[in-house]
Write a protein that binds this ligand. Structure first.
Ligand SMILES: [Ca+2]
Ligand SMILES: [Ca+2]
Length: 393
């Protein structure tokens, strides 16, 4: 409330800018005997700059009523009718009738006056006088401003009346009718979240293994999720490189050729716009491509026939290595009557995991298999082995 003339520090413009930036509306009231005494241009500008309102008032009653209206507006009430008139002592006058929509959840009727005491009287669409003591009705009491709030009011035409209760002769009244509907909050977008980023098979693996990365993510709003995969490691010169552009597919197949340690990032977004610069959420995983392949932890060696067997029977020895590998090499050795009881290589390093043996001499034999990854040195009995025993009769 002001005459609008800026004649003392501080300068209001900085505060207006701050309010505007913070979304705080400023309601300005010019208070004087006539409009010409007020710098209305400035007060209007302040109001319009901050999405507020300007009002001019010229007396105390007018000022009170304007403040009532602004207080309603600032707390979310929307004025649907105002009535101004005069009432005499002991007289009941109709201020006005107004329509209440079915959508209205809260109705508020306020009566204000300058002097001693008036009473508000309200009639519902059935023509019944509202008892302000009814449960579910909020009533201010007798003093001014006198108001009543009715929850879920009956739709239809209501009537507000004013009774001159304790006044000298004639008294001014002001009736403000307002309704309130909770504002519908615009739905705020919730960002998606990465649940996991997992490779199959697990690290480490030798080069040329196809590694399938699967990201799982969820979006609280149920939005479509977009995924992007980035890689950093020996094959990218140690710099981050996008390997799979944004797509709704949550998997990426990677066939690394260079050994070393890699970082893999998945990025997710719930926005399909490629220019979207909003928050994207990532998850990181590490993976090692081994130099020579993964050593085999366990090897088993199994014949296709049980011991003993007679001479000249074809016996197949099969090695299985754990973890299994397509790049493993196998070597089979034998010791027994046919080798003079010294170890002799029967099948040199080769990818075949089965060796076929047709013994010609009876006796007890030992059979060894060795497994190593290709690329590993072939000197010595490197790798992992298993031994089998067999009797020929
Ligand atoms: Ca009263
Ligand atoms: Ca979302």
């Amino acid at each position: 409330m002001s005459d609008g003339h800026h004649n003392t520090a501080p300068d209001p413009d900085a505060y207006v800018t701050e309010c505007k930036n913070k979304g705080i509306p400023i309601f300005t009231v010019g208070f004087a005997k006539t409009e010409s005494e007020v710098d209305e241009a400035r007060l209007r500008e302040i109001a319009s700059n901050t999405d507020g309102e300007y009002h001019f008032v010229k007396d105390i009653f007018d000022l009170q009523n304007t403040f009532l209206k602004l207080q309603h507006k600032a707390s979310g009430w929307e004025a649907i009718a105002t009535y101004i008139g005069d009432v005499n002592q002991g007289e009941t006058v109709t201020a006005g009738s107004f329509n209440v929509d079915p959508s209205v959840t809260n109705l508020r009727v306020t009566l204000n006056w300058p002097g001693s005491n008036l009473d508000l009287i309200l009639f519902d669409p059935n023509g019944r006088q509202v008892d302000f003591n009814d449960p579910g009705i909020i009533y201010s009491g007798d003093a001014k401003p006198e108001f009543v709030i009715i929850k879920d009011p009956q739709p239809g035409t209501w009537t507000a009346k004013v009774y001159g209760k304790t006044i000298g002769s004639s008294e001014k009244y002001y009736v403000l009718v307002a309704n309130y509907e909770p504002p519908i909050q615009p739905k705020k977008n919730q960002p998606p979240e990465v649940t996991s980023l997992l490779p199959a098979p697990p690290s480490p693996q030798p080069p040329a293994t196809v590694i399938r990365w699967t990201a799982t993510a969820s979006d609280p709003d149920g939005d479509t999720i977009y995924y992007r995969f980035d890689l950093k490691g020996p094959s990218t010169g140690g710099a981050w490189k996008m390997m799979r552009d944004w797509s709704t597919s949550n998997t990426w197949e990677w066939a690394p050729t260079r050994p070393g340690d890699y970082d893999i990032d998945v990025w997710i977004s719930d926005n399909s716009d490629p220019a979207y610069e909003g928050p994207t959420i990532g998850s990181r995983c590490y993976y090692t491509i081994s130099e020579t392949g993964q050593p085999h932890k366990m090897v088993t060696l199994t014949p296709n026939l049980p011991s003993p067997q007679s001479t000249n029977t074809k016996i197949s020895w099969t090695a299985t290595a754990e973890p299994s590998s397509d790049t493993a090499l196998y070597k089979f050795s034998l010791k027994g009557p046919s080798t003079g009881y010294i170890w002799r290589t029967m099948r040199n390093w080769d990818t075949g995991k089965t060796w076929e043996w047709t013994p010609t001499r009876s006796g007890d034999y030992e059979i060894d298999v060795w497994v190593r990854e290709s690329g590993m040195s072939a000197s010595g009995e490197e790798g992992t082995g298993a031994r089998g025993y067999f009797t020929i009769i």
